[in-house]
Design a protein. Sequence first.
Length: 192
Amino acid sequence: MARLSVPLDAPCSRDGLTRFLTRPAFLALLGERVERAAQRGESLALHLLDVDALRSVNDRHGQRAGDDVLRGCAERVAEELAAERWRDAEALVGRYDGDALAVLAELPPAPRSTDLAEALRARIAGAPFGNARVTVSIGVAEHRIGESADELVARAERTLHLAKQFGADRVELSPRPPAATRRASVTALPRR
């Protein structure tokens, strides 16, 4: 079972609907984890999950049904992270915005970040939520040493938008930028 890292106990750090961390609490801890990963050379991957067509669920069945779907998605994320195959992983989970969740995972070398993303996508799509069948699109960005938390989030957001653009109910992995220590410095060439 993945160790769910949710060390904040203040009521304002928890989302009332999903019981996951709020966006500000998640982003604060994300920054700390990125710094720690850079110091220790750990592998991190940020997964942004966006519920596909949640607005149509709200329009057809009402806001309460949409809330039930989001709550159900959160429960399925927690169930998947509790699965035996993720026992050596550590995960930080938060509500990213209205219809999106965020999972920051520290994975051991064997499973890839896309394996976790596909497992989350399949678990959510696997069974209906009352009258609605729901899918999620997931953008994944793997952290590179030297990359800031803001850069990691921006890459994950861009990748999530690609997943939505290419048809939803899919996982997209962001290309990894070169490590900061390997980025070539650009200098002006002397004029001849």
